[in-house]
Design a binder for this molecule. Structure first.
Ligand code: ARG
Ligand code: ZN
Length: 474
């Protein structure tokens, strides 16, 4: 397999790499140094401090829960929204930002008192009537409406609310959440969600977690979804379309909800049938499945060109093949449950999910991981695979490029051969367990690997995730 084929490989990246070249050689210590948000004064910062997407997220507060109530008119593409956020101030706040792009805000309140606001690019700047104390819990309500438009990412791909011929394909990695709801849109701030979507009767709105209710009144149907476990905003979805729905509970008690565009149904059926066995296999290899719900949203969205590991229920732009199904569900452990603190660490998501594909193949009669590794290692030094270190893509434009996926997986394979299978799988399970529902950094993964193996792995990690160019020995 030649990852990453679930993404914008077709928008080929024959891109200049100056940004990366200047950062090389990169000491492991430097590339894993954490970049914390800089917050000063009493106004919340306009970003979470991530240099790859400086305006993503905000400073000064932590969101606990999002309650989104949406109405989508599939005929006109108009969205009506109300977002109620419950948050806690992490500093005194005279003013704070939410991320929101486009759309018209018609009202904002803080603790039920009307607040003033202004728009500044992707920032919705809110000034509450009374300043918030550090540590204070507060409620923000935002009323908004308009025709959501996707954002174009630095790699040229569409991201966010992407209209389709029968609804919308909604996938937000890395920055699309702001195209349909006001958020603290950086993975460092995770929260639970209630997402209620009203659509014309005959359409289905599919979101994350468990479906609590579905009601048709007159010509409209309302779907109420609850994502109880913490989720990063980029993993939220509210995909709308004409879908065939299938629901069941697995032997492990996981509630499965699949929504499939009828035009993709025959191609999707044989792959979706394997979902319970894929989840069972992944649970055996990575440890218990981290959520109470699972499933798939199989849409027909030709403009998208990728699938996304939306939490509990990945969204596919077409009927997925089996390795894509394995990949997106592996992300439920690596990326969704254990989240990034900064986009630079994206190999912790994509390298791991890609290695899950290799392992699945190896344990199901396909190529061994070693064979996959060898085939990649055979690529010439000039190949894009070696263009930059997986743990240092250099900018947001390269976070979904081949080195992150394929060389990230190669790094894990090198770790496995160095420490042996028993320790390697213990590292993966410990990683998933220790950081479940939270966050993990590259530095923490390196430290865990060293602790459980008792080996000094600096050179191995430096070579495989920290250097540009093809490592001289496989
Ligand atoms: N994380 C997705 C995957 O499983 C890729 C998302 C690509 N997003 C984008 N905006 N290009 O590989
Ligand atoms: Zn992925």
């Amino acid at each position: 397999m030649t990852p990453p084929r679930r993404k914008t490989v077709r928008r080929t990246t024959v891109l200049p790499r100056q940004a990366v070249a200047t950062a090389v050689p990169v000491a492991l210590a430097a590339l894993i140094a954490a970049g914390g948000p800089a917050v000063a004064g009493t106004a919340g910062a306009s970003g979470a401090g991530d240099p790859y997407f400086p305006f993503e997220g905000n400073g000064g507060y932590d969101v606990r829960h999002y309650d989104l109530t949406l109405g989508y008119d599939t005929g006109t593409g108009h969205l009506d929204g109300k977002a109620v956020l419950r948050a806690r101030a992490t500093q005194r706040l005279t003013r704070f930002d939410l991320d929101l792009m486009g759309l018209k805000v018609t009202g904002v309140s803080v603790d039920h008192v009307k607040a003033s606001f202004r728009r500044n690019g992707q920032e919705l700047v809110i000034t509450p009537r009374h300043a918030l104390r550090a540590g204070q819990d507060f409620r923000v309500a935002v009323d908004y409406q308009g025709k959501p438009k996707p954002v174009t990412d630095p790699d040229g791909s569409l991201d966010g609310w992407i209209p389709t011929d029968d609804g919308a394909f909604v996938a937000n990695e890395p920055q699309g959440a702001m195209t349909w709801f006001p958020a603290n849109s950086h993975p460092v701030d995770k929260a639970s969600y209630d997402i209620t979507v009203t659509v014309p009767k005959g359409r289905t709105a599919v979101s994350n977690g468990v479906l609590l209710s579905r009601r048709t009144v007159g010509g409209h149907t309302t779907f109420h979804w609850r994502q109880a476990e913490p989720m990063a905003a980029y993993l939220a979805t509210a995909t709308v379309g004409k879908f065939d729905v299938q629901q069941y509970t697995t032997r492990d008690g996981i509630k499965v909800y699949n929504a499939v565009d009828p035009r993709e149904a025959s191609a999707a059926a044989p792959v979706l049938k394997k979902l319970p066995s894929v989840l069972a296999w992944e649970s055996k290899v990575f440890g218990p499945y981290p959520f109470r719900a699972a499933g798939a949203i199989v849409d027909r969205a030709p403009k998208v060109g990728y699938a996304l590991e939306t939490q509990t229920r990945p969204v596919y732009d077409r009927a997925p093949d089996l390795s894509t199904l394995v990949h997106e569900n592996a992300h439920q452990w690596f990326g969704d449950s254990v989240s990034l603190t900064r986009w630079q660490d994206i190999w912790l998501n994509e390298g791991f999910a890609t290695y899950a594909e290799w392992l699945y193949s190896e344990q199901h009669g396909g190529k061994s991981a070693q064979q996959t590794f060898d085939a990649l290692y055979a690529r010439p030094a000039s190949d894009g695979l070696w263009a930059f270190p997986p743990a240092n893509p250099g900018s947001g434009a390269h976070i979904f490029d081949t080195p992150v996926y394929a060389r990230g997986a190669m790094a894990l394979h090198k770790l496995r051969t160095a420490v042996g299978d028993a320790t390697f799988f213990r590292i993966l399970r410990t990683w998933a367990a220790d950081h479940r529902g939270g966050h993990g950094t590259t530095a923490q993964f390196v430290r865990l690997s060293e602790r459980l193996s008792g080996q000094d792995l600096d050179a191995l990690f430096h070579t495989w995730i920290g250097t540009t160019g093809k490592p001289s020995a496989p």
